[in-house]
Every structure is written in structure tokens, then in C-alpha cells.
Design a protein around this ligand. Structure first.
Ligand SMILES: NC(=O)c1ccc[n+]([C@@H]2O[C@H](COP(=O)([O-])OP(=O)(O)OC[C@H]3O[C@@H](n4cnc5c(N)ncnc54)[C@H](OP(=O)(O)O)[C@@H]3O)[C@@H](O)[C@H]2O)c1
Length: 318
């Protein structure tokens, strides 16, 4: 059977509770493809979870790599194919993974492993969360956390879909991230005051929580406005004016969770669409750092504790 190396939660590790360790080589089920990982990206959610997870937990949802052994049932790509995948059950930060065929998509040569590795969680979340709001043509869309992995993709996709896009970033030095992601307007601050002048919104993609969510719920368009809540980066406890919310009339608050969304649309379908848009130049991942995977723990620390990294951090597996 043999062993491979993987990033594993280790509370005694010097940095980020993460260490590279030997683990058992994955055994693929008949509908799973064995993939040699070439790159993965870090997401705030999994890095946050690694801070409290039990020893031995293996983080990692995103990966791109090469098919080592095709699925035994004959479905899926052939040996040597370049693929991107999402591991719903985590564990992608490893040399080899077994991925269900419904969670992977093939890559054209024009898309690098590093670019592809940014897509799974951040890209699928942006894509599926935007689709909760329906058609985008001529709609007014607000994206909070617009300097982050999800936010940057969401601004690009909403703009491509024909929406008027307003992005919220909390620090002025990161306003350019949202501008480069084609937001028409960029509002800076730890609250949504500056976004009021562009309200009401047909759709708000909200990931900051706290005061920002409280304010977002007052800025929805009567009769159709929807707030898709997908994160709470600043904290989960929120108070809001319930009367004002319901008296707006016909507005919705939707709780989005990617694994739940993947029950309705397989990752392979969403990833194929994202790959195509990357290939067409509609999507441009902002890769802020690209490092050897031996530096995963340090990079996770910078992402989570120091908030030094905006956009995506990609680790290369050699
Ligand atoms: N529901 C789901 O299935 C799902 C899927 C993916 C992600 N998420 C969640 O969505 C959020 C965004 O994920 P991500 O991967 O894009 O993270 P990210 O790359 O770290 O981006 C986070 C964004 O939120 C901003 N932010 C963080 N803390 C803030 C605060 N206290 N006040 C105001 N802005 C703040 C950041 O601004 P700075 O650049 O200034 O730090 C950045 O723009 C996270 O909470 C994540 O857990 C949920």
C-alpha cells in the first residue's frame, strides 16, 4: 500500500498547528480517480478549522493535479489527464488523493495547476451564491469581503453576468483588488455606510457578518432583494431591525453552504464552467503568494492570524 506525505493537524507543530507527515496512500473506490496533486490553495474556512480540529485531521478542499489511476468503473478522465477537483470531505493537502469523478473537471493546457487550484471553494462559492439571486443582467449587486478569495471571483462573475457591481473592502490599500476584479464602485470601511448611496440592491453576497450584515439587511430592494449570507468573517452574532426588514416587503435572507449546494449541482459541473471562464479570460485568479507546500503552515498563519494575504495563496506540491 505504501505511504504518501500530507499536511496534518498537529497541536505541537511550531506554526499554525500544521505539519507534513507520512499517511497511508489513499485507496480509491470504483467511482474515484487517483490524482497526483500538483497544487492546492488555502481557504480561510479550513485554516480557521485547523486551529481547533482534532490531531490528525487533514485539511484541504482544493486541488489540481494529474490523473495517476483512472476510476475502475471506467467513468472519468484517463491516466495523465490534468484535472481540478474539490474534496468535500477534506484532505487535499497531500501528494495523492482519491477524488469522486463528480467532484473533478479536466483542464485545458492553457490553465496552469496554480490557477486551477484557486477555483474549487472560492470559485464555486462565488458562482453558486450568485446564482441564488437569479439573473444578473442589469441588476444591482453588492459583494462584501471583495478583497478576498470568494469576493474577487464574485465581482468578476457578477460583472461578466451583466450586473452593476459594488464591492466592499475594509482597507483602502486593498480597494484595487476589487477594482481589478471589475467592480464598478468600491466602498471602503468596516461598515456598509458607503454602500448606501448605491442601494437598493437586488442581490447582496455577504460574508463579513456583524455590523455589515445588519446594514446589508436594510439595503435590499423591495419585492425581490436577496441577501445570500455565506460567511461571518467578523463574527457570527448579529442584531438587526426585524421590523425594518419585513416591512421592506418581499426580501429574502438565504444561508449558503457550499457542501449543501453541491448536493444539488455536482462540483464537476461548476468546475467545468469555471475552467471554461478561466480559459476565456473572464476569470482571473488573484494569486497573491505561490510557494512550495512545505511552507503551508507558515502561509496558513499569515492568512489567518496576520491577514497578510488577500486573494489566493497557492501551494505547489513537488
Ligand atoms: N458558506 C460557504 O460554503 C463558504 C465557502 C467559502 C467561504 N466561506 C466564508 O466566506 C468568507 C470569505 O472566504 P474567503 O475564502 O474569501 O476568505 P478571505 O480570502 O480570507 O477573504 C475574507 C474577506 O473578508 C474581509 N474581512 C475579513 N475579516 C473582516 C472584518 N472583521 N471586517 C471586514 N472585512 C473582513 C477580508 O478583508 P481583508 O483583506 O482586509 O482582511 C477579505 O476581503 C469566510 O468567512 C469563509 O469562511 C463560506
Amino acid at each position: 500500500m505504501g505511504s504518501i506525505r500530507a499536511v496534518v493537524v498537529d497541536p505541537s507543530a511550531a506554526r499554525g498547528r500544521l505539519a507534513l507527515k507520512d499517511v497511508a496512500r489513499p485507496a480509491a473506490l470504483p467511482f474515484e480517480t487517483l490524482v497526483r496533486v500538483k497544487a492546492f490553495s488555502l481557504n480561510l474556512g479550513e485554516v480557521r478549522r485547523a486551529q481547533t480540529a482534532e490531531p490528525g485531521w487533514r485539511p484541504g478542499w482544493d486541488l489540481a493535479g494529474v490523473v495517476e489511476r483512472p476510476a475502475a468503473d471506467g467513468s472519468g478522465p484517463s491516466v495523465g489527464a490534468r484535472v481540478v477537483a474539490i474534496m468535500g470531505s477534506a484532505g487535499s493537502w497531500a501528494e495523492e488523493v482519491a477524488v469522486p469523478n463528480l467532484a473533478l473537471a479536466e483542464l485545458p493546457d492553457s490553465v496552469s495547476f496554480a490557477e486551477a487550484a484557486t477555483l474549487p471553494v472560492a470559485g464555486l462559492t462565488a458562482l453558486f451564491a450568485l446564482e441564488k439571486g437569479g439573473a444578473l443582467l442589469g441588476r444591482n449587486v453588492l459583494v462584501t469581503g471583495a478583497s478576498g478569495g470568494v469576493g474577487i471571483f464574485a465581482c468578476q462573475l457578477a460583472r461578466h453576468g451583466g450586473a452593476h457591481v459594488v464591492g466592499l473592502v475594509r482597507r483602502s490599500e486593498r480597494a484595487r483588488y476589487a477594482h481589478e476584479a471589475h467592480a464598478h464602485e468600491v466602498v471602503v470601511g468596516e461598515n456598509l455606510g458607503g454602500a448606501e448611496r448605491f442601494a437598493p440592491y437586488d442581490l447582496i453576497l455577504e460574508s463579513v457578518g456583524g455590523k455589515v450584515l445588519t446594514q446589508a439587511l436594510t439595503m435590499l430592494k423591495s419585492g425581490c432583494g436577496m441577501c445570500v449570507l455565506l460567511g461571518a468573517s467578523s463574527g457570527g452574532e448579529v442584531t438587526f431591525d426585524a421590523s425594518r426588514f419585513y416591512l421592506t416587503g418581499g426580501v429574502n435572507l438565504f444561508g449558503f453552504e457550499l457542501n449543501e449546494a453541491l448536493l444539488h449541482t455536482p462540483g464537476s459541473v461548476g468546475l467545468s464552467r469555471l475552467v471554461q471562464m478561466l480559459d476565456m479570460g473572464v476569470l482571473r485568479p488573484r494569486i497573491e503568494v505561490q510557494r512550495p507546500w512545505q511552507e503551508t503552515a507558515t502561509t496558513a498563519h499569515e492568512l489567518f492570524h496576520e491577514r497578510k494575504i488577500a486573494g489566493k495563496a497557492v501551494m505547489l506540491v513537488e
